[in-house]
Design a protein around this ligand. Sequence first.
Ligand code: ACO
Length: 323
Amino acid sequence: MTTYARIVATGSALPARVVTNADLEKVVDTSDEWIRTRTGIRERHVAAEGETTGDLAFRAGQQALKDAGVKASDLDMVVLGTTTPDIIFPATACLIQNRLGANGCMAFDVNAACSGFMYALGIANNFIRTGQVKRALVMGAETLTRMVDWEDRQTCVLFGDGAGAVVLEATDAPGILATCLHADGGYKDLLYNPVGVSVGFKDEKNHGVRINMKGREVFKIAVKTLDALVGETLTAAGMQETDVDWLIPHQANLRIIEATAKRLGISMERVIVTVDKHANTSSGSVPLALDTAVRSGKVRRGQNLLLEAFGGGLTWASAMIRY
Ligand code: ACO
């Protein structure tokens, strides 16, 4: 009998503070009109001073566990997709594992930039399918606004903070049907943060932590790559475009999302869009969108969900899920 990983429950968390496009007009030379028409973003949540990625992920994870009716002590795995960990080590997943009371099980972070949650989901899925793990807490969380250069209008308008989580359980009935994970490190220079432990915390221009992005190039590659990824995911799951009930995409840019929906031949009514409210929360984006869709009653049990993400690395990843 085949063992599948099924999503038992979801959760999410957002910082309380909302920063609108109008607020950003006061910080950099931009306009609400430019941001809305180029990206679809209207506002984003920004973490309070002292509020960390781990705090957001902990809240999302706690909510998912509560809704799943699963005790933290019954978890075999805690995994967090993030590129903005609380501290360098231990992994933020270890800090969360301790706060939840899941001590003893494996816990680690995955850094795949915006694809971090999808990578974490793919890894957890395979641990469950091979029988090594029965229950996993999989999270994606970021405080990306901490590495934003608030003087760079090309990037500071794009990002927000947030977290999402799912509880996975081993079952005999279909759950996650396929996952596809990819990267091409040759594209590193299109989207990266140049500083870190081993190279030092300042770049050659004496800048500290800062997102560098060639937006136009990333946009073009994202559309093309996601187009191919959608086809690959359908084939891996043995499905057609018409089998997809909901597309739950990475929330970076509404125009990229619309291009993927067009490729699938589905209307925007079958696409979960949260980029207007959350902006790009990197690893937090897909699980946040999933939880929003579940809580709104849009996503229902038995439906087929296509999740995908694209980000720095470059990385790209997807999952076809029977919810
Ligand atoms: N306000 C006003 N004008 C701006 C702003 C702004 N905030 N930012 C840029 N502009 C200007 C530019 O200077 C440029 O002016 P010019 O023509 O006089 O030179 C003009 O607007 C057009 O700039 P483009 O960069 O060509 O604008 P584009 O339509 O490509 O939109 C954007 C930019 C939104 C960044 C888009 O390229 C994009 O979404 N790219 C993909 C981002 C993405 O998906 N990243 C992956 C995930 S992120 C991660 O992994 C961490």
